[in-house]
Each structure stands twice: as C-alpha cells, then as structure tokens.
Design a binder for this molecule. Structure first.
Ligand code: NAP
Length: 240
C-alpha cells in the first residue's frame, strides 16, 4: 500500500511508541490523526514535529474505552479527514500491580477496558468509515509468553492478538489486520529502574527504541500480502 496522502488514525499517538508511528507515517507522506487522552501538550508537540516534516496532522481527543466519546470525536472530523484507511490501535496501559494476587477487579477491568475493549470500540467506530485499508494492533511479547509484568496486562495483549486474528479473517480481502508484539521499549510505560534489567532479556543487550517498533508497523502497512500475522520486535527474546 502506498502511504502517501492516506489518512491514518493512531490512538495514543501523542507520545511514546504512538508518536514514533505518527512520525514514521508522516515521513511516508501520510496525513495523521493524532489521538490523545490526557496529554494535549504532547499531542501538540507531535503535531509540530509532523508539520516540520512537511506533513499534515490533526489532533483528536478521546478515551478509547468510551464508546460515545470515540463516536462523537470521529463524527467531529472535517470531511477531508474522515476517509481513514489506516488504523493503529496503539493506546494502552500497563496497570500498576504486577503480583497476581494484588490485582483486584477494578485494576483488571481498567487494563482490559483500555487495552482490549478500547481497540474493539475504536475499530468498530472506524469501520463505519473505512471500506478498505489496514489495521495494526500494538500487542506485546507479554501476550505471547506472559512477559514479566502483570497477568492482566499479559492476558489483555493475548486478547488483542486474538482480536487481530478474528478481524483478519472477517475483514479480508478489503482490510488487512496484523499485530506487532514488541518486547520492552524505551518509553514512559516502563519504570526507569526496570529498564537495565529488561535489557538483559534481549540477545542485543538493550531494550527497543520506539522507532524500531514504528519501522515494523510501516513494513506491515506497505506489504499487501500479510494479514493475520504477529510481528515480534523483541531482540531475540525467545532465544534467551
Ligand atoms: N513500552 C513498552 O515496553 C511496550 C512494550 C510492548 C507493547 N507496548 C504497547 O505499546 C503501546 C504504546 O505504549 P508506550 O510504551 O508508548 O506507552 P506510553 O508512553 O505510556 O503511552 C501510552 C499512550 O496511550 C495513551 N492512552 C492511555 N490510555 C488511553 C485512553 N484511555 N484513551 C486514549 N489513549 C490512551 C496515552 O495517551 P495520553 O498521553 O493522552 O495519556 C499515550 O499516548 C501500548 O499499547 C503498550 O501496551 C509497549
């Protein structure tokens, strides 16, 4: 798929991996809708960086887990931004409890509502506009091997991978659906004091950069014969 002039929506596009995906799309000449939840300042900085690349960005606030907010926000888009052909379900949270017995119902629901139900809601609402194109879900190695984080986070990312497979079979051939499963990435999601121990879990001795994840997303968007796949970006973690 040629990305130039395509309209892309990146949830949680204001910072972290989402910002790197937004900028990678902008470098390809795509027009990018930068969704954010709370951090308007980060969204404005991302828009500025997109414009410095000579591309267009549109900031759109919504909480991915709130159906009405998502619908109203999408309906508020100017006509020439509604022709979304690329959706990146990137918004996600880690949760604050890592020990299984410390996860209460509220914490479980909070993680699932954003990481899984959020992707479900945004995808359904975007499909009202999108008739052909690509969807990439940002999963995690935790959804493949359980990871070293909370069980709720791991289960939510495994669910997102299941959603990817189901959507790939239901939406082909018009819409191709894939996931990227990164290992630890250098963003604010990972507590600073865990980054060096996580680096040791990679054959490459370091955690990934957001740009390395964005690169895999662009690969999936440009390729027209991959659907229902999960691309691992984890520095050889399975071999450790
Ligand atoms: N960092 C890693 O090691 C790693 C590894 C594997 C997978 N991932 C996945 O990659 C994705 C991005 O992670 P990141 O590391 O870039 O995290 P991050 O730096 O913490 O950024 C999280 C992003 O999600 C947005 N967000 C959170 N809740 C939201 C909601 N309810 N509605 C809309 N947006 C919401 C945030 O928006 P605001 O800024 O407005 O709050 C922010 O843009 C997540 O799905 C994460 O699970 C990350």
């Amino acid at each position: 798929m040629e990305l130039k002039n395509k309209v892309a929506l990146v949830t949680g596009g204001d910072r972290g991996i989402g910002r790197a995906i937004v900028l990678a799309l902008a470098r390809k000449g795509a027009r990018v809708i930068v969704n954010y939840h709370r951090n308007l300042q980060a969204a404005q900085e991302t828009k500025k960086q997109v414009e410095e690349l000579g591309a267009d960005a549109y900031i759109l606030k919504f909480d991915v887990s709130k159906r009405k907010e998502v619908r109203d926000a999408l309906l508020s888009l100017p006509e020439d931004w509604r022709c979304i052909e690329i959706l990146i379900n990137n918004a996600g949270i880690l949760g604050s409890k890592f020990q299984f017995m410390h996860i209460d119902d509220e914490e479980w629901d909070r993680v699932f509502n954003i990481n899984v139900k959020g992707a479900f809601i945004v995808t359904q609402e975007v499909l009202r506009f999108m008739k052909k194109g690509k969807i990439v879900n940002i999963a995690s190695i935790a959804g493949r091997n359980g990871g070293t984080v909370g069980a709720h986070y791991a289960a939510s990312k495994a669910a997102l991978i299941g959603l990817t497979f189901a959507l790939a079979s239901q939406l082909a051939p018009e819409i191709l659906v894939n996931a990227v499963a990164p290992g630890p990435v250098d963003t604010e999601l990972i507590p600073e004091d865990r980054k060096s121990s996580l680096a040791k879990l990679s054959l490459l001795g370091r955690i990934a950069t957001s740009d390395e994840v964005a690169h895999a997303v662009i690969f999936l968007l440009e390729n027209d014969y991959i659907t229902g796949s999960v691309v691992d970006v984890n520095g050889g973690r399975y071999m450790i």
